[in-house]
Write a protein that binds this ligand. Structure first.
Ligand code: NI
Length: 168
């Protein structure tokens, strides 16, 4: 089932998510729905709070349209090592029609449980490293726009307010 993606400035996006304590059918259904919602958007990553569920679950799939899907579903993901610097353009399904460069680590090691409850480790670089950092941020109520300079964030907020006024 495709779920509704919450968008900025919905306050639900600012809340911190809690760790998953039990992997049951309801959680597996959440992961299925999140993947379906991400593919339909379309997007390359989605975190549970973006669909209003404050549990530490993320999905990522970087495969392009003509490649077979490569779904990563990570439960209680933690960055256990980070190094290097990246400065790439990011967007977010919860911040439509806006993109900006964000400072991130270039390489991260992420530990998480998979959907079977088995601990997995990902050594990520390039886009996957950025995707992990972006999605894990969502679990702590952080959006990519929160990483921008005060000036850039102010410009973004002005644009968002104007768009909101125009849509009324
Ligand atoms: Ni996002």
């Amino acid at each position: 089932m495709i779920r509704t993606i919450l968008t900025y400035p919905n306050p639900e996006l600012k809340k911190k998510s809690v760790p998953v304590t039990i992997i049951n059918d309801a959680l597996r259904e959440l992961v299925r729905d999140m993947a379906e919602t991400m593919y339909a958007a379309p997007g390359i990553g989605l975190a549970a709070p973006q669909v209003g569920v404050h549990q530490r679950v993320i999905v990522i799939d970087l495969a392009s349209k003509d490649e077979p899907s490569e779904l990563i579903a990570a439960i209680n993901p933690v960055i256990v090592h980070a190094e290097g610097e990246a400065y790439e353009e990011e967007g977010c399904l919860s911040v439509p029609k806006y993109a900006a460069n964000v400072r991130r680590h270039a390489r991260v090691v992420v530990k998480a449980l998979d959907i079977e409850g088995v601990e997995r480790t990902w050594q990520a670089d390039d886009l996957l490293a950025i995707a992990f950092q972006h999605e894990i941020d969502h679990l702590d109520g952080i959006l990519f726009i929160d990483h921008l300079s005060a000036l850039k964030r102010e410009l973004f907020q002005r644009k968002a307010r104007r768009a909101a006024e125009e849509s009324q």
